[in-house]
Design a protein around this ligand. Structure first.
Ligand code: BV8
Length: 232
């Protein structure tokens, strides 16, 4: 990777698919089994909090039993090696709410859509590490009020870390997108932003995505093969 110092990597559900975590928009994916309006919007939560809390309890429990796959491992290796070089920076921006990048050993990860293993208190607005169910309405460990919700970004809410992400995108020499359908904004627009700012752009995905036309190069196949091939 000559002339590349700053890398931004965007990951989506496809990178965790081979770890056994459901994607959203594939055949049989999560959004075929559940209506987005019911489980992934503030309005859905206001209407039926128990349904939403059970949906995320189920997904949190499932994630705790899964392990990183060779794609997460390769990115963690790249992160360690790249970030150790002087004046070289790497940021993994994940839309995923699982913690498989961290469990593989990656240090520079931003969860723009939040995290399953975290709770957000709607009373004090503090975030707390959280591995237990939430549907029994536990108290916030920081303020004691029974007002916890999943610490995930629902449709219509502002994703996390946007200023930092755009700051990195502005300086990126290379933008790589892995395992995402390019259907959800603002993440789906990052490739255009990066490209307009002069970065090289590469997509690694099982199939062509909604954003494929925007990438300088698209490689098709499973992440567990494509990512280690690209990194090594
Ligand atoms: C916001 C909750 C203001 C967490 C999720 C512009 C135009 C139109 C609409 C909008 C727009 N800007 C904003 C909007 C509205 C909306 C939006 O995008 N709507 C869409 C549907 C049009 N966006 C928002 O509301 C966002 N907020 O915009 O705030 C703002 C504006 C500007 C700047 C800043 C802020 C909030 C979006 C948050 C949504 N939250 N879920 C949860 O429960 O998990 S979305 C959900 O989709 C997940 O979070 C997921 O991360 C995200 C993206 O999905 P993918 O990860 O891509 O997964 P998907 O299943 O779709 O695709 C998997 C891909 O992997 C496939 O291509 C498949 O082929 C591939 N694959 C499968 N297996 C493998 C593989 N690839 C490789 N290897 C394999 N083995």
């Amino acid at each position: 990777m000559d002339n590349v110092r700053n890398i931004v990597i965007l990951t989506g559900a496809g990178i965790s698919a081979e770890s056994g975590i459901d994607t959203f928009r594939s055949d049989g994916g999560l959004w075929e089994q559940h209506r987005i309006e019911d489980v992934a919007t503030p309005e859905g939560f206001a209407r039926d909090p128990d349904l939403v809390l059970r949906f995320y309890d189920m997904r949190r429990e499932a994630v705790l039993t899964k392990q990183p796959n060779p794609a997460h491992d390769a990115l963690a290796r790249l992160d360690r090696e790249w970030s150790a070089r002087p004046n070289h920076n790497l940021l993994i921006v994940t839309q995923n709410v699982d913690d498989l990048h961290e469990r593989a050993g990656a240090a520079h990860v931003h969860h723009m859509h939040g995290e399953l293993r975290s709770a957000l208190c709607t009373a004090c607005m503090k975030r707390s590490p959280w591995d237990a169910p939430m549907s029994d309405r536990p108290a916030c460990p920081q303020c004691g009020v029974n007002a916890l919700r999943p610490d995930v970004v629902w449709f219509g809410e502002m994703p996390y870390h946007m200023d930092r992400i755009y700051g990195f995108l502005r300086r990126a020499d290379l933008f790589v997108s892995i395992g995402t359908s390019g259907a959800v904004y603002p993440a789906a627009g990052f490739v255009r932003d990066a490209r307009e700012l002069g970065a090289q752009t590469l997509e690694l995905n099982l199939e062509r995505s909604e954003g494929s036309a925007w990438f300088g190069e698209s490689r098709l196949g499973p992440a567990s093969k494509l990512v280690p091939q690209w990194v090594d």
